[in-house]
Design a protein around this ligand. Structure first.
Ligand code: ASP
Length: 422
């Protein structure tokens, strides 16, 4: 017990990750796929409990942290500069993700020689028109948005409420303090929940490793390689370069500080479920101020998805290669633009983007039958790809938050350079 609690959390989570993979593989090998899956489904319950616990605090955390974050800024004007910088960087990093994705798809040619004959077509639902989505950001009833967990609408309302409280001056002080206090309390809840993380991660990964195993990895080897390598390059070169060269901050301290959210993102495949862990790591390990972490990260978890954009680009090229669609130079530009737009509209939940693939494929007139076949082909093992793109999405959010914090003088570099406490 003393050893367990004396060991840093990220090490325990990492142990859970490694043991989970081993356990999943051994169970399936020794008991056979069916009996193995039956056991792993039972084990997965611990993982589901973990996910539910962190999801439970996402809405209150976003709401209270955001309002208190705006309040902590002290003046509404600062919100504008933070917002513009964050948004510009979100777009810039997504642009690089697109470039890397398209390069990977061209170099690896993952669709070459792939036969989709055995794939079961998957029908896709209608995507919500973009105009409607944009309008939906303004909640008609903010309480309904909170209840339904409509994060963009919650963000919109919380931003305005924070500004309102600031404008109320002396009278608003008590409300500002109240939001600050609750935000602190909710953040502390993540400490409690994260004690379950090693077990949750173990259970989730064991299930994925046991049911998807090495066989699926190899069946779509080049697609998996293209996605994993592309995401790794993007994180190391674009995020690492931004941290090291542009911000002049130590690279190792950055990645060490965010190991927890990276591992939780990998095992849950959901950037929005990971959000509480991301906010905690940003504030406590990287020294990002409450006002920047509380505003930039929730927004990032909802609209900034570099891993998703990179992945969609690769899958678009994969589709063209499988069915022999010819792509002209302008198609590449359009694919990149559409991937970026779709990634903004993707929800931070497992496999969200795969079902929006049709929008990207429309760029080069892929038939609905072909789209359904590609989605049907990828869906069974999408989890493995999803885990990696979610890690990229979350890492991208923290990178942008770090940059904005540094430029706004809201980064405590001593905390950033220190080893994480827990
Ligand atoms: N699962 C991803 C995320 O939560 C979204 C996606 O499907 O690409 O970030």
């Amino acid at each position: 017990m003393a050893w367990w609690f004396g060991t840093k959390l990220w090490k325990r989570v990492f142990l859970g990750l490694v043991l989970g993979v081993a356990f999943g593989l051994v169970v399936t090998q020794s008991m056979g796929p069916e009996a193995g899956e039956a056991l792993l489904v039972k084990v997965k319950v611990i993982g589901d409990i973990f996910i539910r616990l962190i999801r439970m605090i996402v809405v209150p955390l976003v709401f209270f942290t955001l309002v208190s974050g705006i309040y902590a800024m002290g003046e509404p004007k600062k919100l504008g500069t933070i917002g513009i910088k964050a948004f510009a960087l979100y777009l810039l990093t997504t642009f690089f993700a697109n470039l890397i994705g398209l390069a990977m798809g061209t170099i690896f040619q993952p669709g070459k020689g792939v036969d989709l004959g055995g794939a079961v077509p998957k029908q896709m639902g209608e995507a919500q028109p973009i105009g409607e989505r944009l309008m939906g950001i303004i909640p008609e009833n903010p309480f309904q948005a909170l209840v339904e967990g409509d994060i963009l609408a919650v963000i919109f309302f919380a931003l305005l409420l924070g500004v309102g409280i600031l404008m109320a001056g002396e009278t608003g002080k008590a409300a500002g303090k109240f939001f600050e206090a609750v935000a602190e309390g909710v953040l502390k809840m993540t400490h409690i929940i994260m004690e379950l993380a090693p077990f949750g991660v173990f259970a989730l990964i064991a299930y994925v490793a046991g049911t998807q195993g090495v066989a699926t990895f190899t069946a779509i080897l080049s697609l998996t390689l293209a996605v994993y390598l592309g995401a790794a390059l993007h994180m190391l070169i674009v995020y690492g370069g931004l941290i090291r060269i542009v911000l002049n901050l130590p690279f190792v301290d950055f990645f060490r500080g965010i190991l927890d959210p990276m591992m939780v993102a990998y095992s849950t495949s959901s950037s929005s479920a990971t959000l509480p862990v991301t906010i905690r790591a940003a504030e406590e390990n990287l020294g990002i101020s409450k006002s920047v972490a509380g505003s930039v990260l929730p927004l990032g978890a909802t609209i900034n998805m570099d891993g998703t954009s990179l992945y969609l680009g690769i899958v678009a090229l994969f589709t063209a290669q499988v069915f022999g669609y010819t792509l002209e130079p302008q198609h590449y530009v359009l694919i990149a633009l559409t991937c970026a737009l779709v990634s903004i509209g993707t929800a931070g939940v497992p496999s969200a983007s795969l079902f929006l693939l049709a929008i990207v494929l429309e760029v080069f007139d892929v038939t609905p039958e072909h789209t359904a076949l590609v989605v049907g082909f990828i869906f069974p093992f999408d989890r493995l790809l999803d885990m990696m793109r979610t890690v990229t999405n979350v890492t991208g959010d923290v990178t942008v938050a770090t940059a904005v914090a540094k430029w706004e003088g809201e980064l405590d570099e001593e905390v950033f350079r220190a080893r994480p406490l827990s």
